[in-house]
Design a protein around this ligand. Structure first.
Ligand SMILES: O=C(O)C(=O)C[C@H](O)C(=O)CO
Ligand code: ZN
Length: 275
């Protein structure tokens, strides 16, 4: 049930298929289903909900030993598909593509619906334990804090949008946003960094069918890579870099859990130390 991650010493010796089994999640988005993966990175739950014929509700699996999913947790929901809605304790929130709903601890009833079953919403879920309750809040893409980063010379011009963060929607530990590569740009998060106090989870999406993203991971001087396709997730422990280069543009959701929420609390890796 729990997805355990290897440490740096094991990771150095892993084959491609072992690396993929340990650090990559796939097959999350299944029509008509709720999919949940329990990951041993700050006790994250990574999931997806794809409503088709009717509404789907988020229940607490037995392993959570909880009366309901957010009894002791908070939840971030990003819609990466067509329009849909999430109803929390009777209040309905409409989510277009790239809108995010933060659901606070203590929300008992969470239901998902697509506006059109033939073109369903694709809800991506990230949840961490929460030791405080914060209000359930919708953040539309246009209202997220947006910053343009990078340059054309380094092929990394991109818009980084923060949705759930200390100056936006407050949460207990979840920090969540979306980064979009601008036309003709391919690199994210280079120069890369690690996080001593947090772990990070990436969902790559809007990756064209004939394209891949090479996700860089591992210790800075022992880098490894994962070949990522659309709607796949890369798991990033605090000791691992997390950068990517696509064969063309793409978008990804990054989410973090850990002991603080300061976005800039990251350890930059000097370019001459990458191996
Ligand atoms: O493009 C970027 O740069 C990012 O998206 C940065 C990541 O979100 C990150 O690593 C935050 O810690
Ligand atoms: Zn990071």
């Amino acid at each position: 049930m729990m997805h355990y991650l290897p440490g740096p010493a094991e990771t150095r010796r892993m084959t491609t298929s072992e690396l993929r089994a340990a650090f990559l999640l796939e097959d999350l988005f299944r029509p008509g289903e709720v999919t949940l993966r329990f990951v041993d990175l700050d006790r994250a739950v990574v999931g997806a909900v794809v409503p088709t014929d009717g509404p789907l509700s988020l229940d607490a699996p037995e392993a959570m030993a909880a009366e309901y999913f957010t009894e002791r947790r908070e939840l971030g929901i990003l819609n990466v598909g067509a329009a849909g809605s999430v109803t929390v304790d009777g209040e309905r929130f409409a989510l277009q593509t790239r809108d995010v709903l933060y659901v606070g601890r203590g929300s008992r009833d969470i239901r998902f619906e697509s506006d059109d079953a033939s073109s369903p919403a694709l809800f991506y879920l990230i949840s961490y334990p929460a030791h405080a309750s914060h209000p359930t809040t919708l953040v539309r893409e246009a209202d997220a804090e947006a910053n343009e980063l990078g340059s054309q010379e380094t092929a990394n011009r991109r818009i980084l949008r923060k949705y759930i963060h200390p100056n936006g929607v407050t949460s207990a530990q979840l920090v969540m946003g979306v980064t979009e590569l601008l036309e003709g740009n391919v690199w994210n998060t280079m120069p890369s960094h690690t996080h001593a106090r947090r772990t990070e989870i990436y969902l790559y999406f809007q990756v064209p069918q004939d394209s891949v993203v090479i996700h860089l991971m591992g210790e800075p001087d022992e880098s490894r890579h994962l070949v990522m396709r659309d709607e796949q997730v890369a798991l990033s422990p605090g000791w691992s870099i997390h950068s990517g280069c696509g064969t063309r543009g793409y978008t990804f959701c990054w989410a973090m859990g850990g002991e603080n929420q300061v976005f800039a609390d990251m350890q930059a890796v000097a370019m001459d130390t990458l191996r």
